[in-house]
Design a protein around this ligand. Structure first.
Ligand code: SF4
Length: 360
């Protein structure tokens, strides 16, 4: 796409607005690509208000590439606990290790090299190189899709290959090379604060005079999405097993959610299943074989936990055993008071919090 006369006029309006309306966020005071990288990955997980705490704790403990590279994966996951999408934390760690080995613990200086790092896609690479070094790469995130779709009145679905390509080219065309970082941040901030998903107050918008969706009253219809990916239901049964002040955890491995996090012994079933049925399953027998006395103590309410593309229906059973027996390979027996030293999924944390709440 060629530049038109109005392209950089739009950028000027955005940057003037940004100058007076931008939020004062800690990572905006830095042009260190490491700080920008961490903040961007955290903000892909959560809202700014919650992300701030995570960001501050994370960069305090891991202030640079080297400290992150030299930490254990368990510790990195612990600092990530509660944010979800743990593969992103593992990728951060792997990319830091790669940079330590191949780039003397510094960020590589080109878009292509940054883009090649583990866990860094087009958006994050463009954010890092434009915010840190003002390189002319346009960012396209959810905020940018929304602003562009509305301002230009584009109804091409944003979740198709053709739509992604079209918006990426448009965003690139609008980018003034000399103030790439500022323009990118201004566009994203307008989407985050002004051109919000639900009922933006267009009368306050600096782009209102030329906004196609505002003029055509199609703001609420844009951007268009083609369709959602079907979600699948899973049924988890966790066993919080108590044995002389200790309990049992295993580390999740394999290609599934929460890889690298710790969890209680788990049985997954294909459909909803109550205790009598569950206790007769082959998996249950295998898990508790070798234990002569097992006392059921409580069953939690059903937890519904929605992740992208799957919904987990989970029940926790608290059980007591009188001998450790021979629990299957891979279980760690740990004192219950040490549970908070392990990175565990937020769902399990919620359950543990409810036990503390019940005791109060
Ligand atoms: S006028 Fe309204 S729809 Fe158009 S860019 Fe501004 S906030 Fe978004």
């Amino acid at each position: 796409m060629e530049h038109t006369d109005t392209d950089f006029g739009l950028s000027r309006l955005l940057c003037e607005w940004y100058d007076t309306h931008k939020r004062d966020l800690p990572w905006r005071h830095s042009r260190d690509p490491y700080i920008i990288w961490i903040s961007e990955i955290i903000l892909q997980q959560t809202r700014v208000a919650q992300g701030l705490d995570y960001f501050n704790r994370f960069v305090e403990r891991f202030p640079d590439i080297r400290s992150l590279a030299e930490a254990s994966e368990d510790e990195v996951l612990k600092y990530w606990q509660g944010l979800g999408y743990y593969s992103r934390a593992r990728n951060l760690h792997a990319a830091a290790r790669f940079m330590e080995t191949h780039y003397e613990a510094r960020f590589p200086q080109t878009y292509q090299e940054v883009r090649a790092l583990k866990g860094i896609g087009d958006y994050t690479a463009a954010a890092i190189v434009s915010f840190a070094w003002n390189l002319p790469y346009a960012v396209v995130d959810g905020n940018v899709y929304r602003v562009l779709a509305r301002f230009f009145g584009i109804d091409t679905p944003i979740d198709t290959g053709a739509g992604k390509k079209y918006f990426a080219e448009l965003a690139q065309r609008l980018l003034p090379p000399k103030r790439a970082g500022l323009h990118n941040q201004a566009m994203m901030e307008l989407g985050a604060l002004q051109c919000v998903p639900q009922t933006p107050n267009c009368t306050l918008c600096p782009l209102a005079d030329a906004c196609v969706a505002y003029a055509n009253e199609t703001v609420s219809l844009l951007p268009v999405k083609q369709g959602r990916t079907k979600s699948r239901d899973r049924f988890f049964h966790y066993f919080y097993i108590l044995y002389k002040g200790k309990t049992f955890l295993q580390k999740r491995v394999g290609k599934d959610i929460w890889k690298g996090l710790y969890e209680f012994p788990l049985i997954e079933t294909n459909e909803a299943c109550e205790w009598p049925e569950l206790s007769r399953t082959h998996e249950f027998e295998r898990l508790f074989s070798g234990i002569s006395k097992l006392t059921w103590q409580s069953t939690s309410p059903l937890y519904k936990h929605v992740l992208s593309h799957q919904t987990l229906y989970t029940t926790f059973y608290q059980l007591e055993i009188n001998e450790a027996g021979e629990l299957p390979h891979g279980f760690h027996m740990i004192p219950t008071e040490d549970l908070d030293q392990y990175a565990i999924p937020r769902l399990i944390q919620k359950y543990l919090d409810s036990l503390v709440g019940n005791m109060k």
